[in-house]
Design a protein around this ligand. Structure first.
Ligand code: ZN
Length: 169
């Protein structure tokens, strides 16, 4: 008789994908940036803006609680820092790396900043605006549509969020 094993169901395996996998290293930096948010009780979301050559122009983590600003999402903070670094509002040729699917506000900010690529980790089924609830960045009615690369290190990004909510409930 086989010993009884009480295993939790495993998540579906993520198949290798060269386009997605090349963004794993910067996503690890975004996960490290997200971890900074928890010190102030903020939900751990982290974002980077990479220049066309891959250098980090801006980084940000969710600071809504830290500074009492409802718009202080990781993506907005990273866009502001990158625009200061570049010296103008256009972030043409840049890539946004973010641990959680952007909300409608952040998707709007990404379109307005002319960022050309968005790479995200975990999907946000309740509020995501990059394919889940809305698909703002690929809406053909808008005149700027960045490339969207979802699911990069999604299990790691989701685990970081889950760990936060498990201890802040
Ligand atoms: Zn947002």
């Amino acid at each position: 008789m086989q010993p009884h094993l009480d295993l939790a169901p495993l998540p579906a395996p993520v198949r290798p994908d060269p386009v997605r996998d090349r963004w794993a290293a910067p996503m690890r930096l975004a996960i490290a940036e997200a971890a900074l948010a928890t010190a102030t009780g903020d939900v751990p979301v982290g974002a980077l803006v990479l220049g066309p050559d891959g250098t980090v122009l801006g980084r940000g983590h969710n600071e809504r609680e830290a500074i009492g600003d409802p718009t202080a999402h990781a993506e907005v903070q990273a866009i502001r820092e990158a625009a200061r670094a570049v010296g103008e509002w256009r972030l043409t040729g840049c890539t946004m790396i973010v641990t959680l699917e952007p909300c409608t506000m952040c998707a709007g900010a990404i379109v307005l900043s002319r960022i050309d690529r968005v790479v995200y980790g975990a999907r946000d089924e309740k509020a995501g605006a990059a394919g889940s609830l809305f698909d703002v960045m690929r809406d053909r009615r808008l005149n700027h549509r960045p490339e969207v690369v979802p699911d990069v290190l999604a299990p790691d990004c989701a685990a970081q969020l889950r760990a936060f909510f498990d201890t802040h409930r």
